[in-house]
Design a binder for this molecule. Structure first.
Ligand code: BDP
Length: 702
């Protein structure tokens, strides 16, 4: 077993290459994620690869090239079950990796045109002849591209792709592919379900936990190229000089893996840590404060990425505290960052009650008028849906509504509303649904993916952010299957057009095993899991049926702090009807979508079942497409969802002995909890809605 001590960066530094045992019964902790490089079981494939990948030729001394060299050796040694040496010249079977600058062999191939095409993060992987030898070349115009190419080659081998005659050309479709951590400076993690924070601020900057290198390596393997280490509910302390030195140590550690550091900042910082009387963006002292602070950051972290800001949202300070707009605030920071090449990611997660009675309309109403008023280095970062990371939402109407403003999508990898790290819910399918949703902003085919990759509106900057699910748990994500969501996020940020099913297959092979029966069984569990979760938590478009922990069913929740944090505000169930009327006759939220969606979703008859009660308030006996009444349909979904959760447990039990014992048992324990809790969702919600329907329970708001 490759455990943390043996397989971590210490082993890399020593050039130790470890070989993994093949037995599925051996215990694994999950620490190695999808980078286990378990020996190929199939003898035929292994001997074919044996001759094809004999040695690794990666000249160059840079930290990134050292990582490439060691990763290729480690990966090939693991997969082939024998040591793969480094080489100094290209013999038969050499894997040659580098840029034209770092590798004389790559330079001699004369692939300049193709290398220009793929850019500094893209790569070519080709089987070719070099000085009469048959070699595999991984080439890019940038070292990070070489690293991505090396990981991709290993992924191809690991997942059993045909590699006889390789000719691969890839480049990322999005420029900035970030993880956003919601880690606090005290080591807790907001909405984190996998232990404590990865960052040990007390030990930094003197000691960087080697685990940070493994974190960076895992991210590089899926193309993540930026990280925001701390919470959007930002402590002003993040920007103190003392803390910046700690951040610089992290930035240094992750740089060789192509990962840039960004920071979530508190808009009131000039006041709280800068000693100014105000943080008003138009106050003459405030802009110089930010300029100086930014200069200090770049002095320590020359490739610093920029700021992420949650302003005037859920009690966070912001420009509106001074009667200014979000644009005033974002542009202030953008001007400070621009000379250094930094960007601002200004979050659109705002829902000021004074804007509109329907919470989901508020961000669109506040931000659309700002389109065209933001500096060129400002992104607006919007969650995938207009409410808040529900298991199913229609796409956020801002996508397709801000042609002049680069929009970044914020996806939530941590399962805040999706069963925490207790439920097996593969999010790849949910994100695919979002990315492929047609906004109709500029005719049919105006998918969210095309908004994000800039092709629809000609954005000069593109990006995506994922709220991380990593923590100090030895398996990183709490649930072994939650690792799949980290993986899928990275792969989709690289290419939003990838299919969730292909990603699930890839991940399963690398993480659990390559036996086709095993892959089919696990992929099937994953592919249906999100819809199962939707069935037992938000059937037919019902939403936000939770209480404060965002986990357990609490449809009766009347949150006294804010109406729009309660459950009853959303389902509005009484003896007559259920659902939120967002049609033109109701809140009018449908009008924020382009036609034909605004018409389609205005009419229950043309609204898909899964969004029905998101957009409509309907009588309990409304006739569904299935022929059932609405109530029967809701109840049937709860029943089916709970049944499917129990079936997930059965499906896993059938895999006993086919994966290692430790991970098997850990997943089993969680699936048992999931089945129990799904049954609770069913029973509590059916009971509650029945009482509402019969008029026994009090009507909403009473
Ligand atoms: C909500 C979370 C809260 C976050 C907030 C946000 O419950 O913890 O701070 O979103 O995204 O989903 O700012």
């Amino acid at each position: 077993m490759l455990d943390r001590k043996l397989g971590g960066p210490a082993a890399l530094a020593l050039g130790v290459v470890l070989v993994l045992p093949a037995s599925p019964a051996a215990s694994e902790t999950g620490y190695d994620l999808w980078l286990r490089y378990a020996p190929l079981e199939d003898a035929g494939t292994r001997s074919a690869y044996d001759a094809r990948f004999t040695a690794v030729l990666v000249p160059g001394d840079s930290p990134t090239l050292a990582v490439v060299r060691e990763e290729l050796r480690r990966g090939l040694s693991g997969l082939l079950g024998r040591e793969t040496p480094g080489a100094t010249s290209a013999g038969d079977g050499a894997v040659v990796a580098g840029t034209p600058e770092s590798s004389p062999q790559v330079a001699r191939l004369g692939w300049d045109e193709a290398l220009d095409r793929v850019g500094a993060e893209g790569f070519l992987i080709r089987t070719t002849e070099l000085d009469g030898h048959r070699v595999t070349v991984v080439a890019s115009s940038g070292e990070i591209g070489v690293l991505y190419g090396a990981f991709h080659l290993l992924r191809l081998l690991d997942t059993g792709a045909v590699v006889a005659d390789l000719d691969v050309e890839q480049r990322p479709r999005l420029q900035r592919r970030l993880l956003n951590h919601w880690d606090n400076l005290d080591g807790s993690v907001e909405r984190g379900y996998a232990g404590r924070s990865l960052w040990d601020w007390d030990e930094l900057p003197g000691t960087v936990d080697p685990r940070i290198l493994d974190y960076a390596r895992a991210n590089a393997s899926i193309g993540v190229n930026g990280t925001v280490p701390t919470n959007v509910n930002a402590s002003p302390r993040v920007l103190t000089s003392e803390h910046l030195r700690k951040l610089a140590a992290i930035a240094d550690a992750i740089r060789p893996y192509g990962i840039r550091l960004y920071l979530a900042v508190n808009f009131a910082s000039p006041k709280v840590i800068g000693g100014l009387p105000t943080a008003d963006p138009l106050d003459p002292a405030v802009a110089p404060w930010w300029r100086d602070k930014v200069a200090e950051i770049y002095g320590l972290i020359p490739d610093f990425g920029g700021f992420l800001v949650k302003a005037n949202s859920e009690g966070q300070p912001g420009p509106q505290d001074y009667g200014r707009t979000h644009a005033d605030g974002a542009n202030l920071l953008a001007d400070a960052l621009a000379p250094h090449g930094g960007v601002v990611m200004w979050r659109a997660f705002v829902y000021d009650e004074s804007v509109d009675a329907d919470r989901i309309k508020r961000a669109h109403m506040e931000f659309v008028p700002l389109d065209g008023t933001l500096r060129e280095n400002v992104f607006v970062q919007a969650k995938n849906g207009p409410l808040d990371f529900m298991p199913r939402e229609p796409f956020h109407p801002l996508f397709g509504a801000m042609p002049e403003t680069p929009l970044m999508a914020e996806l939530q990898v941590t399962q805040e509303y999706l069963g925490h790290s207790r439920h097996l819910v593969y999010l790849g399918t949910m994100w695919q649904e979002f990315l492929q949703a047609d906004t109709h902003a500029s005719g049919t085919g105006s998918t969210v993916a095309r908004v994000l990759d800039g092709s629809l509106h000609g954005y000069a900057m593109t990006g995506m952010a994922g709220v991380a699910n990593t923590g100090s748990d030895v398996n990183w994500c709490g649930h072994h299957f939650a690792q799949a969501n980290w993986y899928a996020y990275g792969r989709l940020a690289w290419d939003p057009g990838l299919s969730a099913e292909a990603i699930a297959g890839e991940w399963t092979r690398s993480t659990w095993g390559r036996d086709p029966g095993l892959v089919a069984a696990i992929s099937e569990m994953m592919m249906g899991s999100r819809e199962t979760y939707v069935r037992y938590t938000m059937p037919v478009g019902l939403h936000h049926l939770i209480g404060g922990d965002h986990y357990a069913p609490m449809p009766e929740n009347p949150d006294p702090r804010r109406e729009d944090w309660s459950a009853i505000y959303y389902h509005r169930a009484d003896s007559e009807a259920i659902g939120f009327d967002r049609t033109r006759r109701g809140s009018g939220a449908v009008t924020q979508y382009h036609p034909p969606l605004s018409e389609r979703w205005d009419d229950p008859a043309t609204t898909p079942d899964e969004l029905l009660l998101w957009f409509h308030r309907l009588p309990w006996d409304y006739e569904m497409k299935s022929g059932r009444t609405l109530w029967e349909e809701i109840a049937a979904h709860y029943e089916q969802g709970a049944r499917e959760a129990a079936e997930l447990l059965d499906a896993w039990q059938a895999l006993r002995g086919r994966v290692d014992d430790q991970r098997f048992a850990e997943v089993l324990a969680r699936l048992q909890v999931q089945a129990d809790h799904a049954a609770q969702w069913r029973d509590q919600c059916i009971g509650f809605f029945l009482s509402r329907k019969s008029g026994v329970a009090a009507a909403p708001g009473s």
